[in-house]
Design a protein around this ligand. Structure first.
Ligand code: GLA
Length: 566
């Protein structure tokens, strides 16, 4: 059984023109009966033939502890959104060439399935380049071993790596597509390629790489204003990351409505005032435009995964990806959330807008066959007092609610029921990264690293990073793994009050009942913090980030090991 919501206005001269918005749940029988999927054949989207507006929100599974996926998705849904959008970070899923990770915190399929279970549609943005303030825009750094590498082009070294990755990724996604009974209604081809546009054959390659592996849902591109001209590819719907747009006879969609903005070290925290955001969103909605909030919940770029932007000056991004989004970094509600929810409640509950109520048999449901039975919710705004009288138009029983409170059961009356320096993720000439970064790496690999503990804690031996290698394979460890192993195996000894740097520190945090908290490191300059082996990210006294988010599920009752690498 599903409920259809109808929004209509009666006797109200101030009626804004509202856009039809069907509320169709992925888990409803309605979906299973027909598998046309999301279409963009006219000025509005249709899903199974019925008008559909995408009200999306971005939450990246890789920026939220798995234990909180459900909580964040439920909050997204409760805000009135019907679609989840997420990028897929290649560098996490294939950390070493040919080694693929899709489990635990990286269980993409579980994330998509969860969204479906909760009644959300999914738009997947598998890249392979994702930007997203993510290290190297999501591309694995091992690609840079090839000195001739040309990222995001049809250079064979790049395409063959994409092919191998997609061979593993796409088969996990195809069963979760709409036509196969899953929640994925659209898939994005690359990301803002128009702003880069180094190779006109590249976008077709990515598109074919998706199609040939069985992606059959609607394909989209997403571009910035400057990239719109070059970002498209034949047969793929263009969407845009700004507000003013026209695309002729195609549905309009703002693929990234920036709910706030990301922060970079040493500059003020970005804030996008809620009222400003709401008034633009209202305008977009009134114009019938589909929208995706980027971000709905930003979360955290845990570990070393925060990227950097370089538009002339290198600016590394913070570990916090709070984004001034409707949900805070730790998943709490904000004023923005509440205002948005209240605004969306007037739109997301709409199936269609009509000046007169439409009887259920005539609703554009079930391929325009109408609704035969079940419940229908009619809703309107009342601007002044008076008598409410259905004039005998209600043929069934109507439950009457005012501001969601049941005020009675009336017969014949109708009422209202009704963060090392991270890789750049955004730069115009991505291969410059190769020159810049290899220099940085050389320095890191030859610099002596002293390991010391802090105040009353313990220290490990002085070691040289270049000497660190896996004893069995004799191959050097990655910095991340190296730090982790070091922290685990060192003999720690106390140091005085003035340790020398760089150093590793160890301390402990005694917790009674694990719960979400933030770790503040006043007077500590710059470094990386691990708690029980989980890399919380980078800290830097220049701000604006002042504390690191420490999710409750990563803590345990009693002693918790805290390590800092400075
Ligand atoms: C662009 C990219 C996103 C993200 C935003 C800024 O639109 O597509 O990945 O980098 O900018 O947050």
């Amino acid at each position: 059984m599903h409920i259809i919501y109808i929004y209509f206005h009666f006797t109200c001269s101030r009626t804004p023109k509202r856009f039809a918005q069907p509320l169709i749940f992925p888990n409803s029988s309605f979906r299973m009966s027909a598998r046309q999927g999301l279409r963009a054949d006219s000025t509005h989207f249709t899903l199974d033939g019925a008008p559909f507006r995408i009200l999306g929100g971005s939450i990246h599974y890789f920026r939220v502890p798995r234990a909180y996926w459900r909580d964040r998705l439920l909050k997204l849904k409760a805000c009135g959104l019907n679609t989840l959008t997420t990028y897929v970070p290649w560098n996490l899923h294939e950390p070493e060439r040919g080694v693929y990770l899709f489990q635990e915190e990286l269980d993409l399929e579980a994330y998509i399935r969860l969204a479906g279970e909760l009644g959300l549609w999914v738009i997947l943005r598998p890249g392979p380049y994702i930007c997203a303030e993510w290290d190297l825009g999501g591309l694995p750094s091992w690609l840079l071993q090839d000195k001739k590498m040309k990222l995001r082009t049809s250079y064979s070294g790049f395409t063959s790596a994409v092919n191998s990755y997609f061979d593993k990724l796409i088969p996990r996604i195809t069963p979760l597509q709409y036509k196969n009974g899953g929640p994925i209604i659209a898939v994005q081809v690359e990301n803002e390629y128009g702003s880069y546009a180094k190779d006109e054959r590249y976008m077709s390659f990515i598109k074919e790489a998706l199609l040939s592996r069985g992606i059959s849902e609607l394909l989209l591109t997403s571009d910035n204003n400057d990239g719109l001209k070059c970002g498209g590819v034949d047969g793929v719907l263009q969407t845009v990351n700004l507000q003013k747009l026209t695309f002729g006879d195609k549905p309009l969609m703002v693929m990234e409505y920036w709910s706030g903005w990301f922060d970079v070290w040493g500059e003020p925290h970005h804030v996008f005032p809620a009222p400003e955001m709401i008034s633009i969103v209202r305008e977009l909605l009134d114009r019938g435009i589909s929208i995706n909030f980027y971000m709905f919940h930003g979360g955290t770029s845990f570990g070393f995964m925060n990227g950097a932007v370089d538009l002339g000056t290198y600016k590394p991004q913070t570990s916090s990806y709070d984004y001034d989004a409707p949900l805070t970094e730790s998943g709490d509600y904000t004023t923005k959330y509440h205002l948005l929810r209240s605004l969306l409640s007037t739109y997301s509950s709409m199936f269609l807008q009509s000046d007169d109520p439409v009887n259920m048999e005539c609703l554009p449901a079930n391929h325009n066959n109408g609704q035969s039975y079940g419940y229908t919710l009619y809703q309107t705004d009342i601007y002044s007092g008076g008598d409410l009288n259905s004039r005998n138009h209600v043929r069934d029983r109507a439950l009457v609610f005012i501001d969601r409170e049941l005020i009675g059961l009336k017969i014949l009356m109708m009422d209202l029921l009704i963060t090392n320096s991270q890789f750049v993720d955004y730069i115009r000439y991505l291969w410059i990264i190769m020159m810049l970064l290899s220099a940085v790496w050389t320095l890191i690999l030859t610099a002596p690293i002293h390991c010391r503990g802090s105040n009353g804690e313990e220290v490990c031996n002085v070691i040289f990073l270049r000497m660190c290698s896996d004893e069995e394979t004799n191959s050097p460890y990655s910095l991340n793994l190296f730090i982790f192993l070091r922290l685990q195996s060192q003999k720690w000894t106390s140091v005085g009050t003035k340790p020398t740097y760089p150093a590793f520190f160890r301390g402990s945090l005694v917790v009674d009942q694990p719960t979400d908290t933030f770790l503040k490191l006043p007077n500590w300059s710059k470094g990386v913090v691990f708690v029980n082996g989980q890399n919380l990210g980078r800290h830097w006294s220049v701000g604006p980030q002042k504390a690191l988010y420490l999710p409750g599920p990563w803590l345990r009752s009693g002693d918790n090991e805290v390590n800092d690498c400075m």
